[in-house]
Design a binder for this molecule. Structure first.
Ligand code: UD1
Ligand code: CA
Length: 458
């Protein structure tokens, strides 16, 4: 089986410098949705037809299993498929998809392929994916004879008043025997209202050749919606997000509001997960059993252990959080953060490239970067690891059971020994010995008899 993805159209109505098919839907390019769906059908060849200026499409999506056919100029859908011909295996079925129709489902395409392969005739059939629309304006219409058989497709601009009344339309997606494709494409003419080589004209040719023409239908109209504008892109985003939310609900995830969740990647959840409103999940996210995500959290490429609670407005990126941790509100876990079980990270605490072992806490206003922190450590409010000297980054090591007083600076590289206590306000520039109080602080001084200045009268 061959798959051809048509993606040479300009997308003028997107009003953007980015080629239309690269606009993101649920965090990945429109055409990548189509490519991924195509791959799930395991085709023997997969060819993307791209247009002038589409080199960025090619360089963005380059993959060893993709063949590329340049269509320049763009003379219509039939002309587009013609450019792909040299990349196709000469036998079997060819499936034509649109790069700007991203939500098409593999099950629907299986039905269509089945319709193209099935039957008494080894030559197969031409199968068209069609839908009935309340308003078919703009689409090619499916013209049937009195017996209900498809005889041809007529484009809106070429249709008679009677044909325009037909509500069954061509979605553009079709499957057909490759052996006939070359010959049919060669016979296309552009003698029509748009002076284009219409792929749809091969339907009439198949009928004339006595090949069966069948139709198949998507499970929902949304599967075949195309993107021509930012309005349509936003509509499809909502549809895709709604479907993701429904899938999560069906799996048992509790969502405060399925309409206020955005998943731009893959979110996998254990049992009894709860997600409050306005959370964004990007990349690969794993939430363990009974994880609770508070409102307005953003998680990107993260793994959160069972029973952990992320309070409102927490931001987590490229980080791993162990079980039974308490994070936020307003916590920021940056790339390279690894928190073990029972760690507490509170408000306005930033952790970067640091490992924090079990049951340690940094509950208020701290920066921990490039650090190795042991178990049961208490990091006081306002603590800062000074990991950067303006040129290089250095590591801070804080061993088990350390207590760090508030407003402490640890000037890396530096080690705080097991069980040590650092007095509040310490600027630590040398290693602190274990089980000892270390404090660096100007001696407190009280000046007897000192009086406040008073305003001088003029
Ligand atoms: C096409 C169909 C129409 C169908 C409609 C569904 C034809 C002649 N018409 O119409 O029956 O109802 O889609 O949306 O096939 N493309 C190229 N190269 C080209 C022209 C188009 O790659 O030269 C690609 C576009 O990028 C797009 C797809 O083909 O992905 C369809 O193009 P579009 O211009 O939207 O087709 P319509 O004229 O709307
Ligand atoms: Ca279109």
């Amino acid at each position: 089986m061959n798959i051809v993805i048509l993606a040479a159209g300009q997308g003028k109505r997107m009003h953007s410098n980015l080629p239309k098919v690269l606009h993101p839907l649920t965090g990945k390019p429109l055409v990548s949705h189509v490519i991924d769906t195509a791959r799930s059908l395991a085709p023997s060849s997969l060819c993307v037809v791209y247009g002038h200026g589409g080199d960025v499409v090619k360089s963005t999506l380059a993959a060893p299993d993709l063949a590329w056919a340049l269509q320049e100029p763009q003379l219509g859908t039939g002309h587009a498929v013609m450019q792909a011909l040299p990349h196709l295996a000469p036998e079997g079925v060819t499936l034509v998809l649109y790069g700007d129709v991203p939500l098409i489902q593999p099950e629907t395409l299986q039905k269509l392929l089945h319709a193209a392969q099935d039957g008494p005739d080894a030559a197969g059939a031409l199968a068209i994916l069609t839908v009935e629309l309340a308003d078919p304006t703009g689409y090619g219409r499916i013209v049937r004879n009195a017996a209900g058989q498809v005889v041809r497709i007529v484009e809106q601009k070429d249709a008679s008043a009677e044909e325009k009344a037909v509500r069954e339309v061509n979605t553009g997606i079709m499957a057909l025997p490759t052996a006939r494709l070359g010959e049919w494409l060669a016979r296309l003419s552009n003698d029509n209202a748009q002076q284009e080589y219409y792929l749809t004209d091969i339907v009439g040719m198949a009928v004339a050749a006595g090949l069966p023409v069948r139709t198949a239908h998507p499970a929902g109209e949304w599967e075949v919606l195309g993107v021509n504008s930012k309005v349509q892109l936003a509509e499809l985003e909502r549809i895709a997000q709604r479907r993701t939310a429904e899938r999560l609900l069906e799996q048992g995830v509790r969502l405060a509001d399925p309409a206020r969740l955005d998943v731009r990647g893959t979110l996998s959840c254990g049992r009894d997960v709860f997600i409050d409103v306005n959370c964004v999940f990007e990349g690969q996210i794993e939430l363990g059993e009974a994880v609770e995500i508070g409102p307005n959290c953003v998680l990107k490429n993260a793994r959160i252990g069972a029973g952990t609670r992320l309070a409102a407005f927490s931001h987590v990126e490229d980080a791993v959080v162990g079980p039974d941790a308490v994070i936020g509100p307003f916590a920021r876990l940056r790339p390279g953060t690894e928190l073990a079980a029972g760690v507490h990270i509170g408000n306005f605490v930033e952790i970067k490239n640091s490992k924090i072992a079990a049951n340690s806490k940094a509950n208020h206003l701290a920066y921990v970067g490039d650090a190795i922190v042991g178990s049961r450590v208490n990091i006081g409010a306002g603590t800062i690891t000074c990991n950067y000297d303006g040129a290089n980054k250095f590591q801070t090591v804080i061993e088990d059971d350390v207590f760090i007083g508030s407003d402490t600076q640890l000037v890396a590289p530096v080690t705080v020994g097991r069980g040590a206590t650092l007095g509040a306000g310490t600027t630590l520039t040398k290693d602190a010995p274990p089980d000892t109080l270390t404090v660096s602080r100007a001696k407190q001084l009280s000046v007897p008899g000192w009086t406040r200045p008073v305003k001088i009268k003029k």
